[in-house]
Design a protein around this ligand. Structure first.
Ligand code: PNS
Length: 160
């Protein structure tokens, strides 16, 4: 039984994230989507909201669970009994930073990180861009699931 842990900020989840989670669901016995509780990053959605949004998007995959974590990722890897960390790579510049994280996590705990290239269709997509486009009233349909489109509209309307 192999468990993959897919960590991230997911603020908010995009179809790029879901593409990686879905492929992991087909490759591994169990997948834990791990939402980093990072208040210092001043997220638009708090960790509980991001977990709820992801749970709503992952219902089609019975072997996928969603949880949030505080502190070091490798401690959460140990807690969940995960065997590998999986990260998506969009472009070459992602690799430099992700390699640093992977090597640090390996040093801290011996955990291996596997990289999965994102679908080219989502190569330019990021949560930050989605938030920026949505904040200025642009359409993010087709980039994030409909529940996330709605959550963004509600949150941004309340912030105005
Ligand atoms: O979606 P992101 O922002 O690229 O995800 C980055 C994340 C949350 C996976 C990374 O920042 C992380 O693992 N944070 C937890 C704290 C930690 O373990 N830091 C040391 C990393 S080597």
């Amino acid at each position: 039984m192999i468990t993959a842990l897919v960590p991230g900020s997911f603020d908010p989840p995009t179809y790029g994230h879901l593409d990686i989670v879905g492929r992991c669901a087909g490759l591994f016995d169990r997948v834990v989507v791990a939402v980093a509780n990072n208040p210092a990053k001043n997220p638009l959605f708090d960790a509980a909201e991001r977990v709820q949004l992801l749970q709503g998007c992952c219902g089609a995959w019975p072997n996928v669970e969603v949880a949030s974590f505080d502190g070091l990722l490798v401690d959460f890897v140990r807690q969940t009994g995960a065997d590998v960390i999986v990260k998506g790579l969009r472009v070459v510049t992602d690799f430099e930073y992700e390699l640093q994280l992977a090597q640090m996590n390996r040093r801290l705990s011996g955990t291996v990180t596997l990289f999965v290239p994102t679908n080219a269709e989502f190569g330019y997509l990021s949560s930050s861009l989605v938030k920026e486009v949505a904040a200025f009233g642009g359409s993010v349909e087709g980039l994030v699931p409909p529940t996330v489109v709605l959550a963004l509209k509600e949150r941004l309307a309340n912030e105005r």
